[in-house]
Design a protein around this ligand. Structure first.
Ligand code: AMP
Length: 279
């Protein structure tokens, strides 16, 4: 696996792939890699794409400075995992490469995506995501890019970005990879104690409880019950909502089959976790 640290090294790697007419598969990450990230990498490798992962903790997408400062960095372990996964190249840019002095932010109207769920809770977050992915897509110029549905609203932002600026890049959305307990894998889980991890598994269990009340009782009552279960275990819910998975607007009635999505953000031991379930 090649490790690319400068723009020149990246450009040369990209040129080499194009010269060999090899298609490029790209997995952008913020590092502290786990099996969820590796699943995305393996999807690209399986499709015989020259697979490149980026690790860049993007300050523009953190609306909270302490969250940014506490973001785990485990670069040596990340490199080991990537080497085993069949990844061909790792791009580790510095902030000056991503945001050089001549950097001009793109304008992308996020519409409803900035007004619901994560949007109002993390002002500027999705704009920051759009900026970094725009820069990375421009530099890497992949044929395909892989993202995880764990960050469902982010997937919608990426699709919107691609439809405006990168119609040549295929966006593949991959399922959420979970621990046996049901807890969605996340770099943030590293900050939880064993007890915190155990309690965090109740997030997915509760989403399933609510899902199973589908059409039996009204969504608001099912959600109220879910919130009660979480509160009993000292899990502080920031939001827990039913939405239509196509549009992401909130709903007070169950949606047609396969268009329901329950989305949650919750705090455990001061760590903010998100998850969702579609049905
Ligand atoms: P991050 O490093 O958190 O920015 O995540 C990089 C990519 O990995 C994003 O597309 C995430 O949605 C995806 N990802 C993170 N956790 C998981 C997971 N548990 N399962 C699948 N994909 C994930």
């Amino acid at each position: 696996m090649e490790i690319l640290k400068t723009e020149l090294e990246l450009n040369n790697w990209v040129k080499n792939q194009h010269a060999n007419t090899t298609k490029i598969g790209f997995v952008p990450t913020m590092g502290a890699l786990h099996e969820g990230h590796i699943y995305l990498v393996k999807q690209s490798v399986k499709q015989e794409l020259a697979t490149i992962v980026s690790i860049f903790v993007n300050p523009k997408q953190f609306n909270n400075a302490s969250d940014l400062n506490k973001y785990p960095i485990t670069i040596e372990a990340d490199i080991k995992l990537l080497k085993k996964s069949g990844c061909n190249a790792l791009f580790i840019p510095t902030i000056d490469i991503i945001y050089p002095s001549y950097f001009l932010p793109i304008k992308l109207d996020l519409g409803i995506l900035d007004k619901v769920l994560e949007g109002p809770k993390r002002p500027g977050h999705f704009n920051g995501v759009a900026q970094v992915v725009y820069r990375l897509f421009k530099m890497v110029n992949p044929d395909k890019a892989f993202f995880g549905l764990k960050d469902f609203q982010q997937c919608k932002v990426i699709k919107l970005l691609a439809s405006h600026f990168f119609t040549n890049i295929k966006i593949e959305l991959c399922p959420t990879i979970r621990h046996k307990s049901g807890l969605a894998m996340s770099s943030r889980n590293m900050r939880l104690s064993d007890n915190g991890k155990k309690r965090a598994s109740l997030i997915y269990k509760t989403l399933n409880v609510i899902k199973n009340l589908n059409n039996a009782i009204e969504p608001k009552d099912a959600i109220k019950y879910g919130k009660h279960l979480l509160a009993e275990n000292n899990i502080e819910v920031e939001y827990l909502e039913l939405a239509n998975s196509k549009t992401l607007d909130s709903w007070i009635v169950w949606q047609p089959e396969k268009q329901n999505i329950l989305l949650i953000a919750a705090y455990i031991e001061g760590v903010r976790l998100i998850d969702n379930i579609q049905f």
